[in-house]
Write a protein that binds this ligand. Structure first.
Ligand SMILES: Nc1ncnc2c1ncn2[C@@H]1O[C@H](COP(=O)(O)OP(=O)(O)OP(=O)(O)O)[C@@H](O)[C@H]1O
Ligand SMILES: [Mg+2]
Length: 279
């Protein structure tokens, strides 16, 4: 079997071994995903198998276009795999389900944070954070109370009555973290949550995510381009060209970062991280 990228802990390519943090929450089994573009098949995910355990803080890294977001969308029920199976909390997410069922499942169990927060612009910070609860039928007073407490967690309660668009990028991202945990999901999924932030704000978001993992026992799955942030996680998957090129548990995360820095494996992002460009 060709191993074009690294010599990480004796792992079969494309197979992520259990991290044994806790019970298996997500079990990805031999997932393939292709898109058809102009009559041509574009294979984006190629026989991916992985497990995410309760309590993991899993970071997914890889070059642009390697399939990280497609993988996240697949495990969130947003992108139907071409083949393979995805068990999420024991449920076969794509068997006998509709988009509505998957959406309901997602609302119940997952909090999501993206690079660019989406706000309802006519609403205040507090109303935006309370909104997911209102959609679930909470009384306004109770929804506001829970939302305010989530804003306190991210130290943004003092901005509760401002429009979110008046806040800095880092402050907005802290509010989107509050919104994503307001319904107490088991899993927080973040796709490049620091992508638009300066260094300080990025660190703050990372510390909040880490605290959600350590203090609130949330399972975190985060895609990042930034090698610096790998140290906040307790395991990492390196995606390269739609396949898993390496899996690193807590003990081996340091090795992974040094390999990236010493150019011994394919970089996370050749454009934004020229200092770690390929062998
Ligand atoms: N809906 C789609 N139709 C066709 N091709 C797609 C579609 N979605 C993704 N792709 C292709 O799949 C590949 C992987 O895309 P993906 O967004 O998963 O990459 P990524 O690793 O998240 O990249 P980045 O770091 O730039 O966000 C790319 O070549 C992309 O063009
Ligand atoms: Mg992406």
């Amino acid at each position: 079997m060709k191993n074009n990228t690294d010599n990480s802990p004796k792992l079969e390519r494309n197979r992520v071994e259990p991290n044994k943090t806790g019970d298996v929450l997500i079990d990805i089994r031999n997932i393939h995903k292709s898109f058809w573009v102009g009559g041509q098949e574009v294979k984006v995910l190629k026989d991916l198998s992985a497990q995410v355990h309760q309590g993991d803080y899993l970071v997914i890294v890889g070059p642009s276009g390697s399939g990280k977001s497609t993988l996240l969308h697949t495990l969130l029920g947003l992108e139907i795999p071409t083949s393979g199976q995805l068990l999420f909390l024991g449920k076969d997410l794509y068997k006998d389900t509709t988009e509505d069922i998957r959406s309901e499942f997602r609302k119940q169990h997952v909090g999501m944070v993206y690079q660019q927060p989406n706000w309802i612009k006519s609403m205040s910070v507090l109303e935006n954070v309370a909104f997911p609860l209102i959609l679930r039928g909470y009384r306004k007073e109770l929804a506001d109370e829970i939302a305010l407490s989530a804003l306190k967690e991210v130290r943004m309660d003092m901005h509760a009555h401002q429009p979110p668009t008046e806040l800095s990028g880092g402050q907005q991202q802290r509010v989107s973290l509050a919104r994503c945990i307001v319904h107490n999901p088991e899993i927080v999924v973040a796709d490049e949550p620091t992508g638009n932030l300066d260094y300080e704000s990025g660190q703050e978001v990372m510390q909040l995510l880490q605290s959600m993992n350590v203090k609130d026992k949330k399972t975190i799955i985060m895609v990042t381009h930034d090698i610096e942030y790998i140290r906040y996680a307790n395991c990492a998957v390196h995606i390269f060209d739609g396949s898993i090129a390496g899996y690193y548990d807590k003990e081996h995360l340091g090795d992974f970062v040094s390999k990236l820095h010493t150019k011994r494996i394919t970089p996370v992002d050749p454009i934004n991280s020229p200092q770690v460009y390929v062998q």
